[in-house]
Design a protein around this ligand. Structure first.
Ligand SMILES: [Zn+2]
Length: 127
């Protein structure tokens, strides 16, 4: 009783979507902060290396770790921008519409990827 069923046209309400986006955004903001601290920490550990009585034989590894963290930071920042764009689309009423074919993006996909801009078919076809 009172259960609407799982019809294909049953869409999640916008406030539920907004909560998803906000939760994902909060997590991403925290991730950006963590990665930023990590990159900064790696840089500082390089600067401080001279005070270490233990020589670091793996300067190349430090450079590699720093690059890896910087790459992750860049990815997290792009994701944050995507989430902000998704929030704007939600306000504009175009959220959940595929940017390529104009079709609906499945709720399951939006729940997994709140910032998704393409439906599964378009994302699969174009990678
Ligand atoms: Zn599509």
């Amino acid at each position: 009783m009172g259960v609407a069923g799982k019809g294909a046209d049953l869409r999640r309400p916008d406030d539920a979507r907004r909560r998803d986006l906000d939760a994902e955004r909060d997590a991403t903001v925290a991730r950006v902060a963590d990665l930023h601290a990590e990159v900064t920490g790696i840089v500082e550990s390089c600067v401080d290396a001279g005070t270490d009585d233990e020589h670091d034989p793996e300067g190349a590894t430090v450079a590699f770790e720093r690059q890896r963290a910087a790459d992750l930071l860049g990815t997290a920042r792009r994701h944050l921008a995507e989430l902000d764009a998704a929030r704007h689309r939600l306000s504009a009423g175009s959220y959940g519409t595929c940017e390529l074919c104009g079709g609906r993006i499945a709720d399951e996909r939006l729940e997994a990827l709140p910032a998704a801009t393409r439906c599964v078919a378009c994302a699969t076809t174009l990678g």
